[in-house]
Every structure is written in structure tokens, then in C-alpha cells.
Design a protein around this ligand. Structure first.
Ligand SMILES: O=C(O)C1=C[C@@H](OP(=O)(O)O)[C@@H](O)[C@H](O)C1
Ligand SMILES: C=C(OP(=O)(O)O)C(=O)O
Length: 440
């Protein structure tokens, strides 16, 4: 259990660990590449370690060359030059939707059978969104789960043909899965996304010498390209920084610097929203690490007011909705979050989990199938919080605990935080009492 008491004095500077999305992709692309890649700042969270381990079971060699007590590790990854070998056992993706969907794309093209498994949460998430297009490329998937279309997934891979696929959902995981399969396919594979989604795969393709054509919302990759080993530094995870951005934005008078964080514009819509709510940001650009822009963010807390989240902002803040809901609870007035039905199929049903826990801390909130409307500005009271095993729910409500007017917050099932941010608990202790958190 994680107990959080109200803020004494918000810390002034923090560094967050490596980006989860980029770490998954680095493990996969370096593992497929020709040669030895150095990946610095890899996030050793449970999700990313599952992907790394799966790649090792498929014949990739990984050596840890440096680690820090806070987390990020430097890896030397010897790639297989696109020749993975059959794994001896199941490939366990743990809690990670990204890991399972991206690996499914790679395994669809292998001439051996494999089986992807995960924890109870992952085995209840929809996999048809990747297996349907990957089957149309020529792979065979058997869903062995209790729920139709869910993992465990038994995969019989083989030669693939290219497709043009119009994705029904705006999902970077689906896009990336098909593009990875496309690397092995005959001809040019094109994915058309209904809205802009995070583009880490496209950017990292360039790092590994893979040509990828982006034309508006359509992304194409030609098969037969072999990734070339690359050295890269994983940027700090904006989604982990989001917790501290909201803590500072909602605390009038605070000034917080978040150092060396990824500023990929397909990830940072939360800042646009917080700005509209009254927060002030300054960005110090620090160039780019590989294809990913990085910088320092200076945030000044001014007290927040409610806002309406725009439909096009949703995919670019999808993982930040739980913490945005806390910002909304602390803001004066109404905040409307709609067009976010995807949240129902994340690690838990995040709309249900946020609404349930907001009510527990005394916030007035109305639930919709695709989101919620929050009336903010009333005092928050201590309560027992149920994380539903979801890291982002646990961390979002830990931040709410800093702003209670009475009592404390006890978060049940907080171990899940290690899914994406293993150092969060220590960082929270330091940030609650005015310190600085340095990790890189
Ligand atoms: O591609 C990725 O790394 C991710 C994409 C998002 O999922 P969807 O693309 O399915 O929305 C996001 O929720 C997840 O945390 C990471
Ligand atoms: C949704 C998330 O991850 P995944 O889909 O990879 O489990 C997340 O990290 O918020």
C-alpha cells in the first residue's frame, strides 16, 4: 500500500526515467538490427523488461553496461540481422499492451510458432485490432484466451504480403505492429491512421536506417529493409513527467523544472491543456536524441480553471487522462473529457476507475461511455483508493493525495507502479518535502 499525506513544499527540480514507448521500440529494433546497438537510458520498468526478455528468448543478446539506483540502464544489444530464432517457452508480456502488440507484428513474420501471454489485465485486452490486419498479411493467430480475441495468442508466422490498412482506432500500437510486420513483407505496407498518434516508431526507424514515408496520416514502409545497428539515448518519459507537471500547475506559487524530458509533439497535448487551464510553461530546447526532441520544462503554478478537452487532443494525451482528471478536480469550474472511449480497454477500464476514485475523495463527476465531466474546485478528502492494478490510476491518485484538505490517501495495489515508473514512490517522498530528484 502507498500512503500519501498533503504536500509540505513542492520540490523544485526533477528528472524522470526513460520513455516507455521508446524503450520497447529500442529493444525490438536493436534486436532485429544488423550489428551492436548501444541503448542508453533504457527504462527498466516491468513492461519494458518483459519486451527485452522476449527479444532475448528470440535469440537477441543483451548486456547491461551501466545502471543507476534510480532506474535507467545502458544496454549493449547484439541484433540478429532479422533472423530471430524459435523461443523455447511462452513469451510473457506481463502487463504491457505495447509489448504484446508490437511483438505480435514481428512474430507474424517468423517461420516458427510462438505464444504470447500476459497477466490477467493484458489477457482481457483486445488483440483483434492487430491480429485481424496481421492475418490479412498472411500470419495465423489463435486466440486461446477466455475472452474472444484476447491473449494468450498462438502465432504461426510465415511469409507476409504487404497491405494497405485503414485503422478503425487511432492507435500507435496497431500502427507500429503493422509497420514492423511490413519490414518483413513483400512490397510496400501502408497504414492510414484516423488521427495523429505517437510517432516513435517512424522516428526510430530513421535511427536504424529504415526508410519510411509519411504522407499526412498515411505511413508506408517497404519490406526487405534490414535495420542497421544504432546508438541512441532514450529521452525522459513525458507521461511520467505529467504527474509532476500537474502537481506544480495545481499549486499556486510553485516553480518546478523537469529536466531532459521527451517533447515529441505527439505526446505533449497535456501541456496545451494545462496552459489553457492557467499553468505557465517555459521550454528550454536541448536538440534531439535520435529522432526525439528533448528539453527542460519549467512550469509555474498559477491555480487552475476548468476546460474542455478537444477531440484531436485525446490521442496525444491518452495516457495522461487519469492525472488530467486530478488537475480537473483541483481546478475551478467544469472540465469535460469526451471522445476517450479507448480508456475503457487500457490496463483497466480507466473511465470507471477514475470516476470511482474521484467520488471516493469527494469530487463531483458524471460518467459517460466515452469520458467524464468533472466539477472541480471543492476540497478533497482522504480515502482508500483502488488502483485496479493500473499504474497510472495509482500514480494519479497519489498526486491527488498531495492536495487533500483532510486525512490521507491510501492506495491499494500500488505495486503496479513499477510497470512504468519504478522510482515513483521515492520521487514522491522527495517532491512532497521540497527536494530535488536527479536520476540520469
Ligand atoms: O505505442 C505505444 O507505445 C503506446 C500507445 C498508446 O496506446 P494505443 O496506441 O493503443 O492508444 C499508449 O496508451 C500506450 O501507453 C503506449
Ligand atoms: C496504456 C498503457 O500501456 P500499455 O498499453 O502498453 O499497457 C500506459 O502505459 O498507460
Amino acid at each position: 500500500m502507498l500512503t500519501v499525506r498533503p504536500l509540505e513544499k513542492l520540490g523544485t527540480a526533477i528528472e524522470v526515467p526513460g520513455d516507455k514507448s521508446c524503450s520497447h521500440r529500442a529493444a525490438i529494433l536493436a534486436g532485429l538490427a544488423d550489428g551492436v546497438s548501444e541503448v542508453k537510458g533504457f527504462l527498466p520498468s516491468e513492461d519494458c523488461l518483459c519486451t527485452l526478455k522476449a527479444m532475448m528468448q528470440l535469440g537477441v543478446q543483451v548486456e547491461e553496461v551501466n545502471s543507476t539506483c534510480w532506474g535507467p540502464i545502458d544496454l549493449r544489444i547484439t541484433g540478429t540481422n532479422m533472423k530471430l530464432t524459435a523461443p523455447t517457452g511462452d513469451l510473457d508480456c506481463g502487463n504491457s499492451g505495447t509489448g504484446m502488440r508490437l511483438l505480435a507484428g514481428v512474430l507474424a513474420a517468423q517461420g516458427f510458432e510462438s505464444r504470447l501471454i500476459g497477466d490477467d489485465s493484458l489477457q482481457s485486452r483486445p488483440m483483434g485490432r492487430v491480429t485481424v490486419p496481421l492475418e490479412s498479411m498472411g500470419a495465423k493467430f489463435e486466440s486461446e484466451g477466455e475472452k474472444p480475441g484476447c491473449a494468450p495468442l498462438r502465432i504461426s508466422g510465415g511469409s507476409l504480403k504487404s497491405i494497405r490498412y485503414e485503422m478503425p482506432v487511432a492507435s500507435a500500437q496497431v500502427k507500429s505492429s503493422i509497420l514492423l510486420a511490413g519490414l518483413f513483407a513483400e512490397g510496400e505496407t501502408t497504414v492510414v491512421q484516423p488521427a495523429v498518434t505517437r510517432d516513435h516508431t517512424e522516428r526510430m526507424f530513421a535511427d536504424f536506417g529504415i526508410e519510411c514515408k509519411v504522407d499526412g496520416n498515411s505511413i508506408s514502409v517497404k519490406g526487405g529493409q534490414n535495420p542497421q545497428a544504432a546508438d541512441l539515448q532514450v529521452p525522459g518519459d513525458f507521461s511520467s513527467a505529467a504527474f509532476w507537471l500537474v502537481a506544480a500547475a495545481a499549486h499556486p506559487g510553485s516553480e518546478l523544472r523537469i529536466n531532459t524530458v521527451g517533447l515529441n509533439p505527439t505526446r505533449t497535448a497535456l501541456m496545451t491543456v494545462l496552459e489553457r487551464m492557467g499553468a505557465q510553461f517555459e521550454i528550454e530546447e536541448l536538440g534531439s536524441n535520435g529522432g526525439e526532441p528533448i528539453g527542460n520544462i519549467l512550469v509555474k503554478g498559477k491555480g487552475l480553471k476548468g476546460t474542455e478537452i478537444l477531440e484531436e487532443e485525446v490521442p496525444n494525451l491518452i495516457d495522461e487522462v487519469p492525472i488530467l482528471a486530478i488537475a480537473a478536480a483541483l481546478a475551478e469550474g467544469t472540465t469535460t473529457i469526451r471522445n476517450a472511449e479507448e480508456l475503457r480497454v487500457k490496463e483497466t477500464d480507466r473511465i470507471m476507475a477514475v470516476v470511482d476514485n474521484l467520488k471516493r475523495i469527494g469530487v463531483s463527476v458524471e460518467e459517460f461511455q466515452d469520458g467524464m465531466v468533472i466539477e472541480g474546485g471543492n476540497p478533497l478528502k482522504g480515502a482508500e483508493i483502488e488502483s485496479y492494478g493500473d499504474h497510472r490510476i495509482a500514480m494519479a491518485f497519489a498526486i491527488a493525495g498531495l492536495f487533500l484538505s483532510e486525512g490521507e490517501i491510501d492506495i491499494q495495489n500500488s505495486k503496479c507502479i513499477a510497470t512504468s515508473y519504478p522510482g515513483f514512490r521515492d520521487a514522491l517522498n522527495t517532491m512532497r518535502t521540497g527536494g530535488e530528484v536527479k536520476i540520469l
